[in-house]
Ligand binder design. Structure first.
Ligand code: CMP
Length: 143
């Protein structure tokens, strides 16, 4: 297994619920190293650019409204097998289908407001990390 990077976003519902600390603690306890992190309030256009692949989906407008409804916290995480392990760690997109003990099962209200994002492939992890962070903003961190 090789060391990979994945992009996560603690979404506006995570921030509103005061869960930045709890979710970040769980991320670190699960062995993911935070190598970049910032708080941002996305515009609807910036959110739409990030979710470009979903532009034709019926929920796209709702998704952009939600993702621009308050601040969020994008992070780049590093770990062996980070992409697949993080998807397992956060649980299914629909929290009703997420395994017990996952972030979405524990904290998310609905498929639209599901607390956290995780890249779905190594390639998208790179593309998505580049969407929020310059290479110079990504640091070495084993903590
Ligand atoms: P995420 O993993 O960030 O990637 C795409 C997002 O689209 C997904 O989480 C959900 O928040 C959102 N999404 C997917 N399906 C639906 C849906 N049926 N209705 C509303 N939002 C959705």
């Amino acid at each position: 297994m090789s060391v990979e990077r994945t992009l996560t976003i603690l979404k506006p519902d995570c921030v509103r619920k005061g869960l930045i600390g709890e979710v970040t603690k769980r991320i670190q306890e699960a062995g993911f190293h935070i190598v970049a992190m910032k708080m941002m309030h996305l515009s609807s256009t910036t959110a739409g650019g990030f979710y470009e692949v979903h532009r034709e989906r019926p929920f796209f407008g709702e998704l952009c409204d939600f993702m621009s409804s308050g601040p969020c916290v994008p992070m780049v995480l590093e770990k062996e097998n980070a992409v697949a392990d993080f998807r397992t760690f956060i649980g299914a997109t629909n929290p009703a289908e997420a395994e017990a003990g996952t972030i979405r099962a524990d904290f998310a209200d609905s498929v639209g407001e599901n607390i956290i994002h995780g890249s779905d492939s190594v390639e998208n992890g790179k593309i998505e990390s580049n969407y929020f962070f310059a290479e110079s903003e990504i640091v070495a961190n084993k903590g």
